[in-house]
Design a protein around this ligand. Structure first.
Ligand SMILES: [Zn+2]
Length: 45
């Protein structure tokens, strides 16, 4: 049995200020520079 690793699952972050979402863990939102909140993982986006 192999461990169930789903490579399609990505980390997701949402901006507190503008609500923009990104899957890249950077210092801030690439649109407004706001703080990012970690939403967890999603395979639907
Ligand atoms: Zn933003």
């Amino acid at each position: 049995m192999r461990p169930s690793v789903d490579e399609s699952v990505i980390e997701l972050y949402e901006c507190f200020k503008c609500g923009g979402r990104t899957d890249t863990a950077i210092d801030g939102c690439d649109r407004c520079g706001g703080e990012l909140r970690h939403l967890g993982r999603s395979r639907d986006l």
